[in-house]
Design a protein around this ligand. Structure first.
Ligand code: AOS
Ligand code: ZN
Ligand code: ZN
Length: 388
């Protein structure tokens, strides 16, 4: 039986990037509820992200979104983050909020619009040069609502052509991660709907292009851990956008709707050597906290990932292999479930304390007075960037 102490060293390698937009006010198309203490500036978003890392030791980087996090001096922003103990991570491009992109961005039939979208991404890479970020994350809202509305085939060619221009500008140590999503905002077809389409484009581009898997971007019932295993096998899993969903792209706290799914995913990540600082797989959150407070929402999220990673590391793989080889279906399943049902929370609390971290980061946050302080200091916080 694998014990928590035997996996402690491997757990050290767990790092989860948090998104800057999780700290801003967000909501649905029906209402954006304002939360007290919401950051007014990028610097304040970074300070909140740093708080999550300070209390959990799990979130050493914060992802930026351009133009939501645009500043004049990215060198200064990087120093600000470093002063708070974190790094600036993935840069997310935005080609979905301008009127010009109504009918597409990198896939638009008008070369002028495609040029504009490519230029935006080149600007993102300029920013990455200054922040020291490795990854440019591309998520496209491109697609159509009605059969016949667009030339799906030609749009694939325009997409590859546009991505090529962005790809060629990447530095030696930079990468592009291309996210897929099967619907929304377009409803009939999406230009990068699935992992296969993203993979095909990345393969054509080259080794610096990788697939980004957002856990909320699949049809109900999809076996996401299979996709994880396959992409790791192909050496093309670049990053995750973690979140939870009940119905669609709900962007809820990861591991809240279906902790077992998160466990199954982390098991494949571990098995496929996608875990650890040198694995090349960036674990990132992509969430919105519509009702709950943002900082504890993020703390809960990174702890959920840690708990399911610990359980995944606890699977007795030798016994599992043996049961699988013997064709012992029920034994294999119960070995797998034993690890999932192990309550790792007390062990992780000890693990944290032994590293000078609070045993209970949620309680430590409450006791820290940080929320009261920002509630008083910050008036008129920003919306995350999504439509009001
Ligand atoms: C949109 O549905 C995608 O999940 C994006 O990854 C993400 O929410 C966006 O890039 C934030 O800008
Ligand atoms: Zn995402
Ligand atoms: Zn999404």
């Amino acid at each position: 039986m694998t014990t928590l102490s035997s996996i402690a060293a491997r757990l050290e390698g767990l790092a989860i990037e948090v998104p800057s937009w999780a700290y801003g006010n967000s909501g649905t198309r029906f209402k954006v509820f304002a939360t007290a203490g919401t950051p007014r500036t990028v610097e304040e978003k970074i300070a909140d992200a740093a708080k999550v890392n300070e209390l959990t030791g799990l979130a050493p980087a914060v992802a930026l979104h351009i133009p939501w996090d645009k500043v004049d001096d990215y060198g200064k922003l990087k120093e600000h983050a470093a002063g708070l103990g974190i790094a600036l991570g993935t840069v997310n491009s935005n080609t979905f909020q301008d009127d010009d992109y109504k009918f597409g961005s990198l896939t638009h039939s008008d070369p002028g619009v495609r040029r504009k979208a490519v230029d935006h991404m080149l600007e993102c890479i300029d920013i990455m040069d200054q922040t020291g970020s490795r990854d440019l994350k591309i998520w496209l809202a491109d697609g159509t609502n009605y059969p016949g509305q667009g030339n799906m085939r030609a749009r694939q060619d325009w997409l590859q052509e546009s991505l090529r221009q962005v790809y060629d500008r990447l530095g030696d140590h930079q990468r592009m991660v291309l996210e897929y999503k099967f619907f929304e905002p377009a409803f009939y077809h999406t230009d990068v709907p699935d992992w296969g389409t993203s993979y095909a484009h990345c393969l054509e581009l080259g080794e610096k292009a990788m697939v980004c898997l957002d856990t909320g971007h699949h049809a109900p019932g999809t076996n996401i851990e299979f996709i994880v295993a396959q992409l790791l096998r192909l050496g093309k899993l670049g990053s995750f956008d973690f979140n939870s969903r009940f119905y669609a792209d709900d962007d809820l706290i990861v591991g809240s709707a279906d902790p077992f799914q998160l466990f199954r995913i982390m098991f494949e990540v571990v098995r496929g050597n996608g875990f650890g600082p040198d694995s090349g797989v960036a674990l990132m959150l992509d969430q919105c906290h519509n009702l709950e407070e943002k900082i504890p929402g993020q703390i809960r999220s990174v702890l959920n990932v840690q708990e399911m990673t610990a359980r995944a590391l606890l699977v007795d793989t030798a016994a599992l292999d043996e049961a699988q080889r013997a064709g012992d279906v029920l034994a294999a399943n119960s070995i797998f479930m034993d690890a999932f049902y192990t309550d790792v929370r007390p062990g992780l609390a000890e693990w944290r304390e032994s590293r000078g971290l609070p045993a209970d980061p949620m309680a430590a946050y409450r006791a820290s007075g940080y929320q009261d302080k920002i509630n008083t200091e910050r008036q008129g916080g920003q919306q995350a960037g999504w439509g009001a």
